[in-house]
Design a binder for this molecule. Structure first.
Ligand code: GRF
Length: 250
């Protein structure tokens, strides 16, 4: 009889959201199945107070945090209001606020000691104030994007792909899970799937088909990123052991 496969290591996820959280729900469901074995979500963070995903997390007993950018902008603008300032000072205050917001987000995320950060519909562009502390902590982040690599980066990707289809420029679009880097939606793809565009499609029918694909990909991509992570940790451990092995002298 074949021996059972070894249990995968315990994996901790932090999920970042901004909206309805259907992708988050797919991860929650997968964590209680064999699709993402030994995996748990340690926190869900939203940059929108009313994001329905927060409710989904609460229903699943997952700790949640609302991280509010507007509050940072207000605080930093008020601080500048007390001093004489140049014409573009509000923009400058917003940049400072944004960096402080991202730095605090990194601190908040790292405090839970997750193995992987999953951006599941997180509608906020990261600055290095968030990314650099994650890189230093060897904590990877992945993102879902409803388009194929190097096509329709950024917001409203589905609507832009639909417009391109109507103009006869493309016949398919897709969805992907990729690593997060500074350039929006340009990190290394982990898993990619094409979605056919059909005669008579409306933007809504296309969106619906893409969402179905996304819910599978977010689970698959999370599993693949975790598998790569554990493989890398094994290799690093072996290298460390090799380097620390005492040499026998003759
Ligand atoms: C998804 O289509 C994702 O690709 C995009 O935002 C949407 C989030 O949906 N960036 P949900 O909040 O997971 O339902």
């Amino acid at each position: 009889m074949a021996s059972p496969l070894p249990e995968p290591p315990l994996s901790r996820l932090t999920v970042l959201i901004s909206g309805s959280g259907t992708n988050l729900q797919a991860i929650i469901n997968a964590c209680s199945s064999q699709l993402l074995p030994n995996t748990s979500i340690v926190r869900v963070v939203s940059n929108r107070k009313t994001a329905y995903g927060l409710k989904r997390a609460e229903n699943a007993g997952i700790p949640t945090t609302y991280h509010n950018l507007l509050e940072y902008k207000k605080r930093f603008r008020e601080a500048q209001d007390t001093a004489p300032r140049p014409v573009d000072a509000v923009d400058e205050a917003d940049t400072v606020a944004r960096n402080a917001y991202d730095a605090d987000l990194a601190t908040l995320v790292l405090a839970d000691k997750p193995d992987l950060v999953v951006c599941a519909g997180w509608m906020h562009i990261f600055t290095n104030s968030f990314l650099a502390p994650l890189v230093s902590a060897n904590l990877p982040a992945i993102n879902i994007h409803p388009a194929l690599p190097k096509e329709f980066d950024g917001a409203n990707a589905i609507a832009r792909a639909y417009a391109a289809f109507q103009e006869g420029r493309i016949k398919r679009t897709g969805a992907m899970i990729h690593y997060v880097v500074r350039d929006v939606d340009r990190g290394e793809p982990i898993v990619v799937q094409e979605v056919e565009m059909k005669e008579g499609d409306t933007v809504e029918s296309l969106e619906e088909r893409i969402h179905v694909v996304e819910h599978e990909l977010i689970v698959k991509g999370t599993g693949m990123a975790l598998a790569r992570l554990w493989e890398k940790r094994d290799v690093d451990k072996e290298k460390d052991e090799e380097a620390n092995r005492p040499t026998t002298s003759l």
